[in-house]
Structures are given as structure tokens and as C-alpha cells.
Design a binder for this molecule. Structure first.
Ligand code: GGG
Length: 358
């Protein structure tokens, strides 16, 4: 099948296992493009990595926005090599920079128990756990506002502010309520901690209440983050759309996938819904330096993120086919990677997903 649909994708493997799972993601995307009759023009970049930092003294070149700012999407692997570069430098110099400069204020993270993946929770089968975490992605607890006084003395003090703007809170809540409205369950849960964090979190709750007035067809509730994490483990089937501030969303979107067997399969999209800038698609997992170089990392999070990216650029059939191929592969013991008690290597698993596309 020939086509004139071409999507320009910036490919940034980053660090550690990002370099191992990215080729599998690209392999599956290429197979999907061939099958569904569109083209993907990939441009590879070595920045946003600790290797680049060690060579150049910074995570990104000065003209990084010109290099990747006009692509249809950015496909990212993982970042961080804490033994070589402090984590806050590598993260703020890459992912957090993308999120802020490209106004990717939604971090969308599906949590789904896939067929064939044993849940660490008792008596759960595929379909029982299937929800979205919508994480605020540009402000909240991830702020660089603060400072250190009297460094290196007994009087040392460090302060860091949480930032919540009305625009920032309302826009993520609106996205989450819209998403909840589009689902059969029409339910939303808000993560809070307004009993302890006495200024920003009551403000978050107030904005949720206000936003809910526009969505009378959506039922909603809220939990403090401590009991919410307990419910994630004990009652994950209760959730549909969970909306959370930046830090709470980050924690919940690691915990959710852990309840579905492994964080290795979890995908995410850092999304600018207005499409003024490219969105970034990356697995939820990090660079995993402890297993890097062994060829055993699970590539499914990267591959599924590729499916989210295709959905974003309008290739809905190809995106759905990749998710189906992932399900086919995960259902077979011999095709699963070590984190799922299987014998497959990273590339065996990736090749199997590409083959399952047919
Ligand atoms: N692929 C995601 C990745 O490398 N994550 C590293 C990390 O620590 N991320 C924290 C965050 O998403 O805020």
C-alpha cells in the first residue's frame, strides 16, 4: 500500500536501557507503518543523555528547540545515570525541559492488566485493572523555586516552593474530566493531601469542585494520597480516571503498573493538547543502570508508548494493532522478558511484537 501520510519523528534514546528498548520501539513502528500504509521519517538525536552531558557539559545543544521543535512527535527512551551525572541535572536538562518549553501539561499514563501477565495482586484478571492516570506535568511540586541559606553551616536551611496556578490546575482537571466523560464508567478520582499540605492542596480540591460543576454527568471522589496508594494496591478495579498533581501523579503512575505485574510495560505521553508543540512519548520506567547492557530490559513500555504516539498523530488503526500485538506476545510465556518471569531477550520480545502485527 502506498501513501502520502508522512509523520516526522525525533528519536532520542537517552540513557541506559533507553538505548536498548528504543530500537525495538522503532522496529515495531516501522512494521506498523508498512502494514498500514504510512511513512515515518525518523531523525535520531544523541542529546538529552548523560553521554552528551559528559562530552559537552550540558544535556542539550543550544539550538535544541530548532532541532526537534517542528517534528510531529518526539519518541524518547529514558534518562539518568546517577553515578555519572546527578539525577536532578539530567532530568531537568531533558524531560522536564521538554515538558515545560513545549507546554506538555498533560502526562497521560494508562494502567492496564494485560492478558498473560500475572498480577501480583490476588484474583485479578485482565479487564479488572484498566484506568488512566492523568498527571499534571509542568508545575506543582516539580518547581525550581527555592534556595539554600547558610550552606555548609549548622544553620543550613533549604526551601522549595510548590507552584499551582489557576490556569495550570484547571487545564489538567478539564482534560481529566473530559477523558472521564468519554469513558463508559464516567468516573474520576482526584488525589489530594489537603489535610496536611494546607495551602496548595485545598486550592487543588477547590478547583476540582468548581470544575466538576461543568461535568454533572461525571461522578467523582477524592482521596488523600496515602490512602489512595493503599487503594491502588487493594482495590485497583475501583479506578477509571485518576487526576493528580505532578509528584503524586508520578508516584501513582509507577505504583499502578507495578500492580499490573511490571513497570516495564507502562507507557506514557507528555502531551500538549493544543498541538502548538510536539508531544513526547516515553516509557514510564527510567534508565535502569543496574540491568543496562544485558539485553534483558522489557521493551513493551517503549513499544506501547509508540502506539500512543501513533494515536496522537492520527494513525488510530496502527495504534490499536500494536496494542493487540503486545497482548498476543504477552500471552505467550516464552516471549516475555525476565521481569515477567520469561526467557526472552529485549530484541526477541520486540521482534515478536513486530511479527505479531502480521
Ligand atoms: N522514561 C522515563 C524516564 O527516564 N524517567 C526518569 C525519571 O526519573 N522521570 C521522572 C519523571 O517522569 O518526572
Amino acid at each position: 500500500m502506498s501513501t502520502n501520510r508522512v509523520h516526522r519523528i525525533a528519536v532520542i534514546p537517552g540513557d541506559g536501557i533507553g538505548k536498548e528498548v528504543m530500537p525495538e520501539g522503532v522496529r515495531v513502528l516501522e512494521a506498523a507503518a508498512k502494514k498500514f500504509g504510512f511513512k515515518l521519517a525518523f531523525d535520531d538525536f544523541d542529546f538529552a543523555s548523560c553521554d552528551y552531558y559528559e562530552k559537552h557539559g550540558r544535556m542539550m545543544p543550544e539550538d535544541w528547540k530548532e532541532k526537534i521543535g517542528t517534528h510531529d512527535a518526539i519518541y524518547f527512551g529514558a534518562v539518568g545515570m546517577p553515578d555519572r551525572v546527578p539525577d536532578h541535572i539530567s532530568l531537568w536538562g531533558s524531560l522536564i525541559l521538554f515538558r515545560r518549553e513545549f507546554d506538555q501539561y498533560i502526562n497521560l499514563r494508562p494502567v492496564r492488566l494485560m492478558p498473560g501477565v500475572p498480577s501480583p495482586l490476588a484474583n485479578r484478571k485482565p479487564g479488572d485493572i484498566d484506568f488512566w492516570v492523568v498527571r499534571e506535568n509542568t508545575e506543582g511540586e516539580y518547581s525550581a523555586i527555592g534556595g539554600k541559606m547558610f550552606p555548609g553551616t549548622d544553620r543550613e536551611v533549604v526551601v522549595q516552593e510548590t507552584v499551582m496556578s489557576r490556569v495550570g490546575v484547571d487545564r489538567v482537571l478539564k482534560f481529566a474530566f473530559e477523558l472521564a466523560r468519554s469513558t463508559p464508567k464516567k468516573h474520576l478520582t482526584s488525589a489530594t493531601k489537603s489535610n496536611g499540605i494546607a495551602i496548595t492542596m485545598p486550592y487543588w480540591d477547590e478547583r476540582v469542585k468548581e470544575m466538576a460543576k461543568n461535568y454533572t454527568d461525571v461522578k467523582w471522589n477524592q482521596f488523600h494520597i496515602d490512602i489512595l496508594t493503599a487503594h491502588f494496591v487493594m482495590n485497583p478495579d475501583r479506578f477509571n480516571v485518576v487526576v493528580a498533581s505532578n509528584l503524586f501523579g508520578d508516584i501513582l503512575s509507577d505504583l499502578g503498573p507495578a500492580c499490573t505485574g511490571t513497570i516495564g510495560i507502562a507507557p506514557s505521553g507528555n502531551i500538549n493538547p493544543e498541538r502548538n508543540f510536539p508531544s513526547v512519548f516515553e516509557p514510564v520506567h527510567g534508565s535502569a543502570p543496574d540491568i543496562f547492557g544485558q539485553g534483558i530490559a522489557n521493551p513493551i513500555g517503549q513499544i506501547w508508548s509508540g502506539a500512543m504516539m501513533l494515536e496522537h498523530v492520527g494513525e488510530h488503526d496502527a495504534a490499536a494493532a500494536i496494542v493487540k500485538a503486545i497482548e498476543t506476545v504477552l500471552s505467550q510465556d516464552k516471549l516475555r522478558t525476565r521481569d515477567l518471569k520469561g526467557p526472552a531477550s529485549t530484541s526477541e520480545c520486540g521482534k515478536a511484537v513486530a511479527a505479531a502485527l502480521g
